[in-house]
Design a binder for this molecule. Structure first.
Ligand code: FAD
Ligand code: FES
Length: 253
């Protein structure tokens, strides 16, 4: 079931020069939301105002009916969104997309840049089931990271930065934690990073699930602007068949 609702901006907080946190509060109880799902936001006042913008769900609090998002300023709509004020209302369609697997017994979660955002709710879901996951976060520099202490409450957290300002210097794929034994890798971030991570998973002969961030518009399988080529089903919509896919299923991975 998908909902289109006006959610109130309960809190807005700058996290680093590019990213900000948005807490969106629903007046009614939230429906079940799965880790890896996303919202599609109507950002009023931008030229292409009919195109909603997809943003991953970073966290869900069913007690307060709050959905949290981490947004990185990329262009017109996200810049406009960064100017929104607490108390304002946003037109949001949610929850969209499928889910990351939540039944792994020893998962490694790998996030790159703002792609780390959905991994908090995923890690929390595992933690609440009694499995403390390992989270590896990649960024260019330490000052691009966000909400690290929050991730540490539900996961064992490791870092790779390009300048070595925190964690190991280099890419996530060269981080020594990759030598560990895991049941699967679940990843979200830039496509080149996810391709390299999928290669490592293939060598380790473990499954790898990637969350694609193809350009989207409707978010509900109607406009076909988000398709990706899969081995068993041909072209499928990322917004409805994904955004999470088994990397082995994707032709371009
Ligand atoms: C399923 C999904 C989940 C996402 N989750 C998040 C999230 O949690 N936080 C977040 O900050 N962003 C997320 N994104 C990306 C976000 O939707 C885009 O950054 C946003 O739509 C850009 O809109 P804009 O008008 O600000 O920029 P535009 O002016 O539309 O684009 C600015 C620049 O960003 C690039 N861009 C636009 N959309 C994407 C995209 N989907 N992937 C890669 N590059 C893009 C454009 O090529 C251009 O270079 C997600 C995207 C998808 C599909
Ligand atoms: S965004 Fe319209 S079909 Fe996927």
């Amino acid at each position: 079931m998908k909902y289109q609702k006006e959610l109130v901006v309960f809190k807005k907080e700058k996290l680093n020069p590019a990213c900000f946190l948005l807490e969106l509060k629903s007046e009614e109880p939230l429906c079940e939301i799965l880790p890896g799902q996303f919202v599609n936001i109507l950002v009023k006042g931008v030229a292409e105002r009919l195109l909603r913008r997809p943003i991953s769900i970073h966290d869900v609090d069913y007690k307060t009916n709050i959905i949290s998002l981490v947004v990185q300023k990329a262009g017109l709509a996200t810049e406009k969104l960064s100017l929104i004020n607490e108390g304002d209302k946003l037109d949001v369609v949610f929850p969209l997309g499928n889910s990351f697997p939540t039944e792994e017994n020893h998962p490694l979660l790998i996030g790159g840049g703002v792609g780390t955002a959905p991994l908090y709710y995923l890690a929390k879901t595992y933690y609440n089931k009694g499995i403390k996951p390992t989270v590896l976060i990649g960024a260019r520099t330490e000052d691009q990271l966000f909400l690290i202490d929050k991730y540490k409450t539900v996961a064992d957290v490791y870092f790779s930065t390009e300048d070595g300002s925190i964690g190991e210097k280099g890419l996530v794929t060269t981080n020594s934690i990759m030598n560990g034994s895991f049941s699967a890798i679940l990843t979200c971030g830039p496509t080149p990073m996810m391709k390299s991570v999928a290669d490592v998973a293939a060598k380790k002969q473990i499954p790898c699930f990637v969350s694609l961030e193809n350009r989207m518009a409707c978010g509900i399988g109607a406009c076909l602007c988000c398709v990706t080529d899969t081995k068993s089903e041909g072209n499928v919509c990322v917004c409805t068949n994904g955004a999470v896919f088994d990397s082995k299923e994707l032709c371009n991975m």
